[in-house]
Design a protein around this ligand. Structure first.
Ligand code: IDP
Ligand code: MG
Length: 140
């Protein structure tokens, strides 16, 4: 298990608002190495599978619709203690509760359309990286 890796997606709202490069800049400036990168639009099937843990939540359908309405940037990141460090960098799920200086405080508009995804555990980071990338696409 690589405890120095995490997975992120820049969500469709970030791309629509022209925040792709500013957010990637914040990620690199915080010391994360981008070891895999992909610009793609998820299918509804992919988004449902990626977020299957939330399938019983009231916001699930809206979440899948949002995440598939346009392209996302998927990335695997490397840094010591990557999962926790990245969750700190992105801030709380709800931007109204996110700390100053976090990505969500700066770029997210709402709890649903909140700019970025970040893995919540080392185990899920590995699952999510493999969901989006083959081994040959990762440059560690
Ligand atoms: P996280 O992205 O901070 O880990 P989760 O609880 O794992 O937050 O939820 C996954 C995603 O589902 C959130 O990033 C957000 O886009 C959406 N979401 C979570 N809670 C709500 C809600 O109460 N209303 C609408 N969307 C939500
Ligand atoms: Mg989560």
């Amino acid at each position: 298990m690589n405890t120095n890796r995490t997975f992120t997606m820049l969500k469709p709202d970030s791309i629509e608002q022209g925040n792709m490069l500013p957010i990637l800049n914040m990620i690199e400036a915080a010391g994360f190495k981008i070891i895999a990168l992909k610009y793609k639009r998820m299918t509804r099937d992919e988004a449902e599978k990626f977020y299957s843990i939330h399938s019983d939540k009231p916001f699930f359908n809206d979440l899948v619709t949002f995440m598939t309405r346009g392209p996302i940037v998927a990335a695997a990141l490397e840094k010591d203690n990557a999962v926790d460090a990245f969750r700190t960098l992105i801030g709380s799920t709800d931007p109204n509760e996110a700390e100053e200086g976090t990505i969500r405080k700066k770029y997210a508009k709402s709890k649903g359309e909140n700019a970025v995804h970040g893995s919540d555990s080392d185990e899920n980071a590995e699952i999510e990286i493999s969901f989006h990338f083959d081994n040959e696409e990762i440059f560690s």
